[in-house]
Design a protein around this ligand. Sequence first.
Ligand SMILES: [Zn+2]
Length: 155
Amino acid sequence: MMKVLVFNAGGTQVLHTVDLMHAIRMLNRQVARVLDAVPGRSFGPHPLPRSVELVTYIYARWVYEATGRTAPSVENVLRRDRYRCGYCGRVASTRDHVKPVSHGGKTTWLNLVAACLECNGRKRDRTPKQAGMRLDIVPFIPTPADLWPKARVRR
Ligand SMILES: [Zn+2]
């Protein structure tokens, strides 16, 4: 049986997979909508789903208990810091180790901030102090709600 990915509302957070019939029931009950479909294929009135998205955001505590904490990936650090550079406040596209890895800095939430390409390049493998740069934000460990705020949910 074909498996279908189930995303939380907002379409960025994978919750789990269900089999196709389960996904179709979700579509019929209108608790989910098709996010990605197999081109040219349908199942009853629906495009044949590869992935579906919940209509309503759920706070999936069990997802995090199963997988541990959310990882401080580049995307997640950018999300936590709302895509703003921690040094200059402009749009960020990279993740900076506040204390560089070469100085023993760890890849953890508390040692990572979003940074624009320019600031990241200027700082290099120096601490903010060594680089003469001021960090304007205090890194924190985000909750899932910090990363996927309800405000982002499309209805
Ligand atoms: Zn910057």
